[in-house]
Write a protein that binds this ligand. Structure first.
Ligand code: GLU
Length: 550
């Protein structure tokens, strides 16, 4: 038995399988259609779901499901310091709120589904040890007993000599320890980590192709990076290689901050005799501020947290749709041609993502979201707004639920036609949108009319005489027109525009008086429909109140 094999048995007495055995028996290749991609989203349970996480997981989910593949949710909890108690449910529920569906992985209660698990790294210790034992037995990994102080000393010496920091070359003190020396120190109870014996050289090059960024060439890894920490838990680098191999992941979509470590990962796959997956390093979400771009920050920007979008009341579909517009620049063209299709039909492509950062713009999100809401049915709007209001706006909830039929009638105004209105971008705008339909919500704030007060009063007094909530739209409008001439207004807008002299205003100004008196605003959905929903008494009382006020 070679010293390497003896060492492997000494370090991992419980490991009885080889990587090959695992990969043929427990985790065989998946049976999937040609071209199917297996992807994963692999968050750490830090208790915070960043909108960039939704962006990256959407890319993974779309890439898998559009190719007939599988998307996995794996929890990366190897860094216990960053872990939060509710970390897993916050992520799982947060993503499911955004319609991101995983075929395998972890549920909010910590249970798992799928044949390639466990899907929580802390439950996978044995598998990391199988792969690590294999590397040790081939002389490609070794235990290192250096203390934190020694590592610090090495770093300082390297700083002085201007040498690349890290455990490598002559600085890798434990590289040459003999089997006997290692055994003596382990028997003495010394703690150790397991390091890679990197064959890389400073200045050596490594090339790979990134699905989003194309060819990338970097310096190869020459550092003896840690594979297993002293508690036997793997580092990110090693866990990535083992997990994505055993889970049969074909395409690793992950944040661009991981590009810097790709040379370590490629070297590890090679040394383990494994095929590296395809990498797609997803751009960070950026924000424009004072003319320059920066990463959307958890600390500075409330919209970095997905909870922001839930609290504001953006429909999840609208956020997903907006994220697709920044993911693939051809999404908007597709949307123009496929106005009513679900965004899930869009042929999303990882290789059409822009490598240069995805610019997040709330104004654009609002515009996408108001389009999405404009295409919803009155029932869908009602249900979603009610659900949001139940948690965030008790008065609105009470108003909407007091008379469901009436609320549906309100949301039906100007909906369903070829050019639906886009007044609502998020559910926290519903209160203002419906406020004048409900006395308890009506703010009593009135926009200015560009007319003399006395003229406004005359218009409203005359209107009160003829208004009948049962009138159909034509009758209603002909009554408005009939008010014009006797009060000095022009019943025809074109005629007025050709020669306004001799008129106080036109028929539009007359209806503006009525509109403002009833709703407070100059711009509302169809006024006839608004009056019909409000009903005779409410319209009359609103107009009277306004008359008293001016
Ligand atoms: N746990 C890593 C992170 O949260 C995942 C990186 C990856 O997807 O491989 O950044």
């Amino acid at each position: 038995m070679s010293d390497y094999s003896k060492l492997a048995d000494l370090l991992f007495p419980d490991v009885i399988e080889t990587p090959e055995e695992l990969m043929t028996k427990a985790f065989p290749p998946r049976e999937l259609p040609p071209g199917a991609q297996v992807t994963r989203f692999a968050p750490s349970p830090t208790g915070f779901l960043h909108i960039g996480g939704v962006f990256a997981s959407q890319a993974a989910e779309r890439a898998a499901h559009l190719t007939g593949g599988v998307c996995i949710l794996r929890i990366e909890d190897t860094d216990k310091k960053r872990e939060m108690e509710d970390g897993v449910p916050i992520i799982v529920n947060g993503l499911s709120d955004f319609g991101i569906r995983f075929d395998e992985g972890v549920s909010a209660d910590g249970s798992e589904k799928g044949d390639y698990g466990p899907y929580v790294q802390s439950r996978r210790k044995y598998y990391y040890h199988v792969f690590c034992k294999d590397l040790v037995s081939k002389g490609l990994a070794y235990p290192c007993f250096c203390s934190a102080e020694e590592i610090d000393e090495i770093r300082k010496a390297q700083e002085q000599k201007n040498v690349t920091p890290g455990y490598h070359g002559e600085y890798a003190r434990c590289r040459g320890l003999t089997f006997d020396e290692i055994k003596r120190r382990i028997d003495a109870g010394e703690s150790y980590v397991v390091r890679l014996r990197s064959p890389g050289k400073p200045g050596g090059r490594v090339k790979f192709r990134d699905v989003i960024r194309g060819d990338i060439e970097m310096e190869e890894n020459f550092v003896d990076v840690v594979l297993l920490k002293s508690d036997g838990i793997p580092t990110y680098h090693f866990a990535h290689v083992v997990d994505d191999t055993l889970m049969r992941v074909t395409t690793v979509t992950r944040g661009e901050e991981w590009i810097a470590s790709a040379p370590i990962h490629l070297q590890l796959f090679w040394l383990c005799g494994l095929k590296a997956p395809r990498y797609a390093h997803v751009p960070s979400i950026m924000k424009e501020e004072d003319g320059s771009r920066r990463k959307l920050s958890k600390r500075k920007d409330p919209e970095a947290a997905v909870s922001y979008f839930v609290d504001e009341g953006y429909p999840a579909d609208a956020v997903c749709e907006y994220l697709l517009t920044i993911a693939n620049s051809n999404f908007e063209d597709w949307r123009r041609q496929n106005k009513t299709e679900s965004y899930k039909k869009f042929p999303f492509a990882l290789n059409k993502m822009s490598p240069s950062g995805a610019l997040f713009d709330l104004a654009k999100l609002n515009s996408v979201s108001s389009s999405v809401i404009s295409l919803m049915t009155a029932r869908e709007v009602y249900d979603a707004a009610l659900k949001w209001a139940e948690k965030y706006d008790k008065d609105l909830y009470a108003a909407l639920s007091s008379d469901e039929e009436r609320a549906l009638a309100i949301f039906s105004i100007d909906r369903g036609g070829a050019k639906p209105r886009k007044d609502i971008a998020k559910w926290n705008e519903v209160r203002s949108y419906v406020s004048y339909f409900y006395d308890v919500l009506f703010e009593g704030v009135y926009e200015e009319l560009p007319l003399e007060k006395e003229d406004v009063k005359s218009v409203l007094r005359e209107y009160l005489k003829v208004f009948d909530a049962r009138d159909d739209k034509d009758t209603w409008f002909s009554k408005i027109r009939a008010l014009c001439e006797p009060l000095g207004f022009c019943p025809d807008v074109k005629q007025y525009k050709a020669d306004p002299s001799g008129f106080k205003g036109h028929v539009g100004d007359v209806s503006s008086c009525v509109r403002v008196a009833i709703t407070g605003r100059k711009n509302t959905p169809d006024l006839h429909a608004v009056c019909a929903v409000l009903g005779q008494d409410a319209v009359v009382s609103r107009i009277n109140k306004y008359l008293e006020r001016i």
